[in-house]
Design a protein around this ligand. Structure first.
Ligand SMILES: [Zn+2]
Length: 468
């Protein structure tokens, strides 16, 4: 396959001399420290953590390290270390559509932008789009992305092109393999229930032992997946003890459609189907009423919230304050590049909070500490993975911030948690590690140079324009 320029996408080769992965998972332990760690809203000075096999083993005071441990210590002087940020919703290929359908209404955006280009993208184009999206994310401190992928062509080769891009760059990937059977969409999205289930199951099995790739089922939405397909996705998630993701009540039209067709709100309808469970992660959930929120909280259903995308498409504002108070676990997503032209969870933390303040006309209704958990630990919860915390038995995915950067002034020692949510710019990121491997160094990706990604995007766009 031509789409894997830099490595192998073949899961059978894992750990068998496959370059980076061998060193990743069989290396000696290392210790890391900085001026302080910032995790789970705690500022931890004089603290180091040990990493081996891509996982954090333990934390200890720097002053308590033995001579042998100190010899293996990487200390970032003048810096702070946070967990890597978790992007719980994205469509990577849409990064190639930035600028093409900006400022359009939803149906123009979908039909003249998304569907038009999705019809002509090859596996090489999809790979290039994923390289573009994931490279931008890494530079913004995102160490895990959930790619909700639906250009499947009744097979898994395209999904494997996305996986290859993640592997080549070194970002951790949850592949939300979409189940789609609405015949109003391009044929490439559509599968019968049996084919969708068989393909999704095959992909889950292919990557069952992959430490960096996790596959979950994702019935597209109430308009994109039939009742049978939604139930099938839920059953697959139960059989594999994994979450399943689904767009829910993004636009007002979907709520109205369900009320007209079934006399039920989207959440009531999902409950009636028996799929409103604690494994379901709803994407967006903008158009919910009070009883929907209570029902969702009671079922343990979670939310992946995409504030910038909801703003760009004029969807409305999800009731985040109310959902947090009800006890719903909320993570953050950037969504695709064609509905949010920036791929940064730091941006989403900020947007999430500003929107609640403006909608409720009350600046106390959102806090940086709540948003920080949404961008880190709760992202791990919603992907069913131990991510987003610098704690033992969590992934060794972390970001090193330079405390001398202009955007972290004044007084980054005292206000670091607030500055990371409201002020920091990507220039402050000194390094990004995924599974204990340094992927970004002094603002540049070390696995695949930025210039290579830019050239790939240019070539891809030229090719696509010729085929329009
Ligand atoms: Zn989406």
């Amino acid at each position: 396959m031509s789409w894997s320029f830099f490595g192998s996408s073949d899961p059978d080769r894992m750990g068998e001399g496959d370059g980076g992965f061998e060193s990743l998972f069989m290396g000696e332990s290392r210790w890391y420290s900085a001026e302080f760690l910032y995790t789970d809203n705690q500022r931890l000075p004089d603290t180091a953590f040990e990493v081996q096999g891509g996982v954090i083993l333990q934390r200890k005071p720097i002053s308590a390290l033995s001579d042998e441990e100190s010899a293996k210590l990487v200390h970032y002087s003048g810096c702070a270390i946070t967990p890597g940020f978790v992007n719980s919703h994205n469509h990577s290929f849409q990064s190639l559509l930035k600028g093409i359908c900006d400022d359009a209404d939803f149906f123009t955006w979908r039909d003249d932008g998304l569907y038009k280009y999705a019809r002509l993208m090859t596996a090489d184009d999809l790979y290039a789009g994923a390289m573009f999206a994931f490279a931008e994310m890494l530079k913004c401190g995102i160490t895990t992305v959930c790619d909700f992928f639906y250009i499947n062509d009744q097979a898994n080769d395209n999904a494997k092109a996305i996986i290859a891009a993640a592997r080549d760059l070194g970002i951790r990937l949850t592949m939300a393999r979409t189940l789609y059977d609405w015949d109003g969409a391009p044929d490439r999205f559509i599968e019968s229930v049996d084919v969708a289930v068989a393909n999704t199951q095959a992909l889950m099995d292919d990557y069952a032992n992959d430490p960096l790739v996790h596959v979950v089922p994702a019935p597209h939405s109430l308009h994109g997946a039939s009742e049978a397909l939604i139930k099938a996705g839920c059953e697959l998630s139960a059989a594999y003890h994994r979450p399943f993701h689904m767009h829910i009540a993004e636009g007002q039209y979907e709520r109205q459609m369900m009320l007209d067709k079934h006399g039920l709100t989207p959440i009531q309808y999902l409950d009636k189907l028996g799929v409103l469970t604690d494994r379901l992660v709803g994407i967006h959930c903008v158009w919910l009423d009070d009883t929907d929120i209570d029902r969702m909280a009671g079922a343990g259903t979670k939310l992946s919230y995409n504030p910038s995308s909801n703003m760009a498409l004029g969807d409305g504002v999800t009731k985040i304050r109310q959902m947090l108070d009800a006890g719903i676990t909320i993570s953050l997503g950037t969504d695709g590049g064609s509905s949010n032209n920036r791929a940064s969870i730091i941006e989403e933390m900020r947007m999430c909070n500003l929107l609640q303040k403006v909608v409720l006309c009350d600046a106390t209704q959102s806090t940086a500490e709540e948003a920080f958990l949404m961008g880190t630990r709760h992202g791990g919860t919603n992907l069913g993975l131990p991510l987003g915390s610098l704690s033992a038995q969590h992934a060794a995915d972390f970001v090193v911030f330079n405390l001398d950067d202009l955007s972290l002034q004044p007084d980054p020692q005292l206000h670091f948690g607030k500055h990371v949510v409201y002020a920091v710019q990507p220039e402050a990121i000194d390094a990004v590690y995924v599974a204990g491997q340094r992927i970004v160094e002094r603002g540049h990706i070390v696995t695949v140079p930025d210039t290579v990604v830019v050239d790939l995007v240019k070539t891809t766009m030229n090719g696509m324009r010729e085929r329009l």
